[in-house]
Design a protein around this ligand. Sequence first.
Ligand SMILES: Nc1ncnc2c1ncn2[C@@H]1O[C@H](COP(=O)(O)OP(=O)(O)OP(=O)(O)O)[C@@H](O)[C@H]1O
Ligand SMILES: [Mg+2]
Length: 251
Amino acid sequence: MTEIRLETRALRRHFGALVAVQEIDFKLAAGARHALIGPNGAGKTTFINLLSGALPASRGRVLLKGNDVTDKTQAERVKLGIARTFQINRLFRGLSVLENVCISIAERVGAAPSMFYPVGRRTDVIDEAMHLLDVLKLASNAAHRVSELPYGRQRLVEIAIAIGLKPEVLLLDEPAAGVPSTESHIILDAIERLPEHIAILIIEHDMDVVFRFAKRVTVMVGGALFAEGTPREIEANPQVRAVYLGQASRG
Ligand SMILES: Nc1ncnc2c1ncn2[C@@H]1O[C@H](COP(=O)(O)OP(=O)(O)OP(=O)(O)O)[C@@H](O)[C@H]1O
Ligand SMILES: [Mg+2]
């Protein structure tokens, strides 16, 4: 039996009268390569916000490795192993790439920077950050300010930060959004090289990316789960084609 890393039970979130996520039962397996697709406004980002704790649920539960984390804050969930990226990046733009990644690693190892003990003196943190930048082919940008980098590279830094937290579950909300198609392959390549044991849930509109990366696909429509299966099953599903794939980008 496949081990489940993250699970939701009847998870729901409404904004006033709008039910953005309705009673979702979902399972993310250990080492998953799972895509969440669906039309604009389907509730995908809201669902990930509920998983990461960025938003509280209106009802239902979130379980990480069988433990109920529904009442935990986002910071607490990060410590328990859930990391994420955002649809629009949230980096320290005035700091260097290396500093951004060091902050994330320092947070994890409990070496938060202070006036008396700056991250700059933690050689273990810097070594780990440089290794991570190497893996993501960002080492040559280590000293560059984030604001100076092309957008595609900034999105890679976000992934580096999430990985610096050594998560068991990684939630990626459109990691290549806004990145020119000439650069988006570097992001997908980086995601494909991430450690196998990390369970990854990715929201993605580009169907080429979805079908190349994902082993499992869930389709969300109108706040509810509409279909789930292998990429082949989803592609061949006439209802899915009618509500989504017919209009989605597939080059
Ligand atoms: N903070 C909020 N307050 C009110 N309504 C919201 C809020 N966040 C999301 N919504 C609404 O909830 C619904 C789901 O939005 P969500 O951003 O989760 O969709 P999505 O599937 O991620 O869409 P996209 O593909 O465009 O990113 C939409 O109708 C949206 O307008
Ligand atoms: Mg979204």
